[in-house]
Design a protein around this ligand. Structure first.
Ligand SMILES: Cc1cc2nc3c(=O)[nH]c(=O)nc-3n(C[C@H](O)[C@H](O)[C@H](O)COP(=O)(O)OP(=O)(O)OC[C@H]3O[C@@H](n4cnc5c(N)ncnc54)[C@H](O)[C@@H]3O)c2cc1C
Length: 360
């Protein structure tokens, strides 16, 4: 069978590629290995354009948020499920300095409809230094979103559909041949697994481990609160609490240290007696040294692309950045140089060059 695209990996990135290709009537096949502990499967799904620590709009934040909002609302409509929902996020300040900074920003024209000061008491949450609200915030139910894309896009719905790069891929007259099918283009959306991939493992992807808890609580408030870590209401009395960030811990399992860290942080703003942990998950975020995604065409193998390095903001950034990549492919528009993998072309190694040659 002939396809326009092979998409490798059905995390948030691969899923959004699939949905956007469908919209422009491109024929694709999506392969997903079914690893249950991916970054996307662990993600809480919170999306807003603010960098909370510094109380700043994040890079291209508003533009990403507005594009993503329209994109996800269309997916709500297509799926008939409210996968993407607006929320307000309560930020509990850690100091008077943070409070002052927030007050200053919320009076600034740019932040006027984005940040406000909170004057209400929120259940038994302790807000010694006050609190603020991010008015522009939503939540994507990531697992349900991935399941929807899986149901509607995966040809082979079996969980195990690994792409074996070196052994089976061939390239003839600008077309990729893989397991009996022919593809015009390939988009690799394989997250941290790209580090094992001879096509793109010269790129500086840093796996950043994140752990997250599911808890039962009768005291946590029914809105997103953030005090460095967050609590997110799921269904009645069930909350997601996260996340940790670690570049050091590379163990493929959940840890006691992370559990203790999250509960200790939560205990700073609410009494955690009576909060019961019912589940714990982990995943490795694909992060980069310059905190910008890795997007673009392979420097040697034409028509082979990558979308990676989304860090902790895939839900915010991926819809617009993927649309921009498709505009580069089909409308010849230049890609944002800050995300373009050209910036790391110098890092390509012999092993990658030899792999590229071996495809012919
Ligand atoms: C605890 C935690 C909480 C987070 N919370 C948020 C949040 O609230 N908001 C937010 O925006 N981001 C959040 N993130 C970050 C977000 O999860 C990542 O930015 C995002 O998941 C990256 O998506 P991806 O599709 O690029 O990569 P991945 O999620 O890693 O997906 C890659 C996919 O490729 C598949 N794959 C890999 N190799 C192959 C192969 N050879 N063949 C077939 N399939 C393959 C994998 O199985 C996987 O499904 C969080 C991350 C963690 C860990």
């Amino acid at each position: 069978m002939n396809y326009d695209f092979l998409i490798v990996g059905q995390g948030i990135s691969g899923s959004i590629v699939a949905l956007q290709l469908k919209k422009i009537s491109k024929k694709f096949k999506l392969l997903e290995s079914g690893n249950p502990n991916t970054s996307s499967r662990a993600a809480a799904g919170i999306v807003h354009p603010i960098s909370l620590k510094k109380c700043n709009l994040s890079w291209r934040g508003r533009e990403f948020y507005d594009f993503g909002k329209a994109f996800y609302k269309e997916i709500n409509f297509q799926s008939g499920i409210e996968l993407y929902k607006p929320y307000k996020l309560l930020r509990v300040f850690a100091s008077f300095e943070e409070q002052n900074n927030w007050i200053g920003k919320s009076n600034n024209e740019i932040y006027k409809n984005i940040l406000s000061l909170n004057k209400k008491v929120i259940g038994s949450v302790e807000t010694k230094f006050g609190s603020g609200i991010v008015e522009v915030c939503s939540r994507l139910s990531v697992n349900e979103f991935l399941n929807f894309v899986r149901r509607s896009s995966l040809e082979n719905k079996s969980l195990k559909n690994d792409f074996f790069y070196p052994e089976k891929l061939k390239l003839k007259e600008n077309k990729f041949y893989y397991q009996g099918d022919i593809y015009s283009k390939i988009i690799m959306c394989d997250g941290v697994n790209a580090l094992k991939n001879p096509m793109f493992n010269y790129l500086p992807i840093i796996p950043n481990k994140g752990e997250i808890l599911k808890v039962f609580s009768e005291t946590l408030p029914n809105q997103i609160i953030n005090c460095g870590i967050f609590s997110l209401p799921e269904i009645k009395n069930i909350f997601t609490v996260g996340s940790t960030y670690s570049n050091e811990d590379q163990q493929n399992k959940s840890t006691e240290i992370a559990k203790e860290y999250l509960m200790k942080k939560l205990n700073k703003i609410i009494d955690t007696d009576g909060i019961e942990i019912i589940d714990q998950k982990f995943g490795f975020r694909p992060t980069t040294p310059d905190r910008k995604p890795l997007i673009g065409e392979h420097p040697i193998i034409k028509n082979l692309y990558i979308i990676n390095g989304m860090g902790s903001k895939a839900i915010l950034m991926a819809p617009l950045l993927i649309s921009e990549l498709l505009d580069t492919i089909y409308k010849n528009k230049p890609l944002d140089s800050l995300v373009n993998i050209e910036r790391f072309a110098i890092k390509i190694e012999d092993v990658n060059i030899n792999y590229a040659k071996s495809l012919e």
